[in-house]
Design a protein around this ligand. Structure first.
Ligand code: PRP
Length: 207
């Protein structure tokens, strides 16, 4: 049986929908269930829902054969000791520097305060522009930071742009294209080639 760890949220929903459309049945799965492990009716595939920064941990340690997670997480946390097998072309989004709409001039400040879930990516971006920054690491709802005066700008992913728009923010610079990646445990990659191939095909992904 192949065991796949999916990043909870949009990625998991998309992949589960693709699997079900491909004929795989998960009797206990629903988008709003709190259950974390699902096995398909024929016992061929086990799916575990994991917080995105933990997907590579499960895969690296062999607790899951493979995982699906955004490239943003792989860049920020690293993907040491796993194979990045495939760009799945789902979960497409951009990494952007954003701030209050119409206030892009703030980028000229001598020292910019930056809030982000991605301190590594943010630091690298501003270092490449020789811009001194004070980085504040947050764990979610980063859009709040400029609104309450916690930070001048944020570095975060933008997918539809709805969160920025609904909070009176805008992207000043979209600097990185991102999408979901299939990563694989190095041993499982050798031992479970056929199962992996089948999984990729059923989800409508191409290798
Ligand atoms: C992500 C991201 C943005 C939002 C962007 O947050 O951090 O807040 O999605 O999507 P949009 O452009 O389609 O609005 P997520 O939903 O993962 O929640 P979080 O902020 O709590 O991490």
């Amino acid at each position: 049986m192949l065991h796949i760890a999916l990043a909870k949220g949009r990625i998991a929903k998309t992949v589960m929908a693709r699997l079900q459309a491909g004929g795989w049945k998960f009797p206990e799965y629903s988008d709003d269930s709190r259950k974390l492990i699902f096995t398909d009716a024929e016992g061929r595939l086990k799916v575990t829902l994991v917080k995105s920064p933990d997907v590579a941990v499960y895969v690296r340690r062999g607790a899951a054969d493979a995982g699906i997670v955004g490239k943003d997480i792989l860049i920020e946390d690293g993907a040491a000791d796993v194979y990045e097998v495939l760009d799945l072309g789902i979960g497409k989004c951009r990494m952007a520097v954003s701030g209050i709409k119409g206030r892009q001039d703030v980028m000229k400040k001598r020292i910019l305060t930056v809030a982000s879930k991605y301190p590594g990516i943010a630091r690298k971006y501003f270092a490449s522009r020789f811009q001194p920054v004070d980085i504040i690491q947050l764990n979610g709802s980063v859009e709040l930071a400029p609104l309450v005066g916690l930070a001048d700008v944020i570095v975060d992913i933008v997918e539809t742009g709805t969160t920025l728009r609904e909070n009176g923010l805008e992207a000043y610079d979209e600097f990185m294209e991102l999408s979901a990646r299939l990563i694989c445990n190095k041993v499982s990659y050798k031992m479970k080639q056929e199962e992996l191939k089948k999984f990729i095909e059923t989800c409508g992904f191409k290798k």
